[in-house]
Design a protein around this ligand. Structure first.
Ligand SMILES: [Ca+2]
Ligand SMILES: [Ca+2]
Length: 138
């Protein structure tokens, strides 16, 4: 399920309304699956930008946060520590340009969808996954 851009908490609510949850990535296989998909969309230049707008141009929220304990990233759905991660070089750095903390996580669209911790306040694209299949492929 693909949605437009939201702040992370609105994205969480939106996914819940749809009976799912914010995208969480639990394995290399799932990370590959998701990033390959996002790459394939971004290459579809013949498709009008509006159709996949947020996904061609925007980073994607992951359902993970270190809000309760700095540097200790946990899944939003289960509060378990991340079993898998794919941070880009130098991340997570907990350092936003305005000096604030970074306690939420995105797949960074400009860095081949590697992970970056970012401030939770911005809008990024939201991908929901159904809770039943979240352990398999997302
Ligand atoms: Ca942080
Ligand atoms: Ca960061």
């Amino acid at each position: 399920m693909l949605f437009d851009s939201f702040g992370v908490s609105d994205g969480k609510d939106k996914c819940k309304e749809e009976g799912g949850q914010l995208l969480e990535i639990n394995s290399q296989a799932e990370n590959d699956f998701v990033t390959n998909y996002l790459r394939s969309i971004s290459k579809l230049s013949s498709i009008p930008l509006s159709r996949f707008g947020p996904f061609r141009t925007r980073s994607i929220w992951l359902g993970a946060t270190d809000e309760s304990s700095e540097g200790d990233f946990r899944l939003m759905s289960t509060n378990q520590q991340l079993g898998f991660h794919s941070w880009m070089d130098g991340e997570p750095n907990n350092s936003s340009f305005n000096g604030g903390a970074e306690n939420c996580v995105v797949l960074e669209s400009t860095k081949d969808y590697t992970w970056n911790d970012v401030t939770c306040d911005f809008d990024h694209a939201v991908v929901c996954e159904s809770t039943e299949v979240s352990d398999i492929t997302g």
